[in-house]
Design a protein around this ligand. Structure first.
Ligand code: MG
Length: 258
């Protein structure tokens, strides 16, 4: 062994023993964090039950938390029956009276067992994560019957409509209740209206991941490319798509602001 190699080995040994010695001297408390204390939240019996800090948007009884999108002075006109709210065709979209920024949302939905039609005209509705304006303005995660129904994949259930294909098709048969659990991070804008950070969505359909921290490219548009326009806190909106066979029902809707 030559002198150079011997020196290198000695240097390595010395620095390793020094590092161990230094590690032993570090107070472990220096890396223990005690504040802020995360709030205690009692979970529900199942994932679908609202936890203690949720805002209940629909508990099966009334639409007090909702209003018509066509006329915000009017109540939501969809039909409440047997613990569910069903789209009343032609009355337009409904949206929450409250406005939200970042949130966790649980919502259950059902396509009628006797659904007819095909493609996009088969149980079409949708959850707009932020209503940025009238009609269908906003960011839509699609609701559609895709159990045995083919359509463009970036428009199927679980897609961010015309933007991002879902990671899986988790559709149950028409007539069965299904769920979305969504984590929404709203976009942020600079004072001049340009995007500071885009919106992001993580979503599970029936407990299975369909969108994994997906970057939102802008508001949902039917024709052309999505684009952003500046907005702040916004309502959550549900779609009356207007198809002949569309009486989609929703139930058990709750949200936790983040
Ligand atoms: Mg839709």
């Amino acid at each position: 062994m030559n002198n150079k190699l011997l020196f290198l080995l000695a240097a390595c040994f010395f620095s390793a023993t020094t590092a161990v010695a230094q590690e032993k001297e570090i107070d472990p408390k220096l890396t223990e964090v005690y504040e802020p204390v995360p709030p205690k939240v009692k979970p529900g019996k199942t994932n679908s039950d609202a936890p203690s800090d949720a805002i209940i948007l629909f508990d099966g009884k009334n639409l007090d938390e909702w209003q018509s999108v066509n006329d915000s002075t009017k109540p939501a006109l969809w039909t409440v029956k047997k613990g569910a709210v069903t789209v009343k065709k032609g009355t337009g979209n409904i949206q929450t009276k409250r406005k939200f920024t970042d949130y966790q949302l649980h919502i259950e939905w059902k396509i009628p067992a006797d659904i007819t039609g095909s493609g996009q005209a088969r149980g079409n509705s949708g959850v707009f994560l932020a209503s940025t304006g009238p009609g269908d303005e906003g960011y839509e995660i699609q609701v559609l019957d895709c159990y045995d129904n083919t359509t463009y994949v970036n428009g199927q259930t679980g897609s961010i409509y015309k933007q991002t294909i879902p990671l899986a098709n988790v559709c149950k048969k028409p007539g069965e209740w299904q769920s979305y659990d969504i984590i929404w991070t709203a976009p942020r804008f600079n004072a001049d209206g340009t995007v500071k950070t885009p919106g992001h969505i993580t979503a599970m359909q029936n407990g299975v991941l369909v969108q994994n921290n997906t970057e939102i490219k802008g508001v949902t548009v039917y024709r052309g490319k999505p684009y952003y326009k500046k907005h702040g806190a916004a309502p959550i909106k549900l779609q009356d798509h207007g198809d002949p066979s569309e009486p989609i029902s929703y139930r058990n809707i709750w949200v936790r602001e983040l």
